[in-house]
Design a protein around this ligand. Structure first.
Ligand code: UDP
Ligand code: MG
Length: 312
């Protein structure tokens, strides 16, 4: 059985797959490990599957998996990782933005005892300033909103040890934000820096609309902070309403009120508005808990277990 499997999600990548495989194969040839490659065709509409089959005919290390339709990268990665039997897996994009030449470094860290070795981009070549800015804002926002520390400027390019794979396979939630899940499982994690290259050929499948959706996915699956918004705005507006109501009341008592009924009316409206938001917030809190519960994540993973020294 292979010791290391490289998993590549591919969606309409026919134009780069050959070049990609050439570079990957050269790297794997130099590794003192028994390696396998698993291409996951995420329901491509182009010739990707034919190209993958051709690669498989030429290279005995290549395995292939074809999804019934396009499920998206997160699902394609999950499918690939679920099928890995090796002692470790490397996840890498097909478009050569993640250099396969980095794999030996990832492997070295794995052999040094790390379970999740992720590649952090030190430079984002070929990406617009706007994309860099939004990416930075997203990572910063996530850091503040979520309890899980998700490493910055880190894509899905990484190595996962056997037990990290086993842990990950227990997270079966439908809304999958993989970058978060990789971090959530814990264990020993290490970073390796690299320069992200521009895409070699083909087009990015992530337009801003999909990226926004991914960001919302990330925030909502790792934080219930947005649900709490109602609690705080409700509390704030109820308190403001109380202060303002007091002032209107005192004014009406001292100077009388020119518009009859105004003070009571405004008081009731403000107060009820605040209380309603507060009640929504309470519902939000319960909804958040219900949501966390429905994800059915395991409660913990054990890193090491040491029996008492006295036992046989
Ligand atoms: N991908 C996939 N399914 C999708 C979209 C993308 O499997 O629905 C794969 C794609 O083939 C590539 C990787 O995910 O190997 C990264 O995609 P892309 O390069 O378009 O994303 P970017 O690098 O722009 O973030
Ligand atoms: Mg890319």
């Amino acid at each position: 059985m292979a010791q290391l499997t490289v998993v590549i999600p591919a969606y309409n990548e026919a134009v780069v797959l050959d070049a990609f495989h050439r570079r990957l194969a050269a790297v794997l040839d130099g590794l003192p490990l028994e390696c396998a490659v698993l291409y996951v065709d995420d329901g491509s509409g182009d010739d990707s599957w034919a190209v993958i089959e051709a690669l498989r005919a030429r290279d005995p290390r290549v395995g292939a998996l074809r999804l019934s339709r396009n499920f998206g990268k997160e699902a394609a990665m999950t499918a690939g990782l679920d099928h890995v039997q090796a002692g470790a897996a490397v996840l890498i994009d097909a478009d050569l933005q993640d250099p396969p030449e980095l794999i030996p470094e990832l492997v070295a860290q794995w052999q040094a005892g790390y379970d999740v070795v992720y590649a952090t981009r030190s430079e984002r070549a070929g990406e617009s300033r706007f994309k860099r800015f939004t990416a930075a804002a997203f990572y910063r926002g996530m850091e503040r909103l979520s309890d899980t520390a998700i490493p910055r400027d880190t894509g899905d390019f990484r190595l996962l040890s056997r037990r990290a794979l086993d842990a990950l396979s227990q997270l079966r939630e439908r809304q999958r934000f993989m970058k978060g899940l990789f971090a959530w499982i814990g264990y020993r994690q290490a970073a390796v820096c690299y320069q992200r290259e521009p895409r070699q050929a083909g087009r990015s499948k992530w337009n801003y609309w999909r990226l926004t959706q991914l960001a919302i996915e990330g925030i909502t699956s790792f934080s219930t902070a947005p649900l709490r918004l109602a609690t705080w705005t409700g509390l704030a507006s109820a308190m403001l309403a109380f202060g303002y109501g007091l002032w209107v009341l005192v004014k009406a008592l001292l100077y009388g009120d020119p518009v009859r009924g105004y003070p009571t009316l405004i008081l009731v409206i403000l107060f009820l508005g605040g209380v309603q938001l507060l009640a929504l917030g309470v519902i939000g809190e319960y909804l958040g808990r219900n949501y966390a519960e429905s994800k059915q994540r395991p409660l913990y993973f054990v890193d090491e277990q040491k029996p008492p020294r006295g036992s046989p």
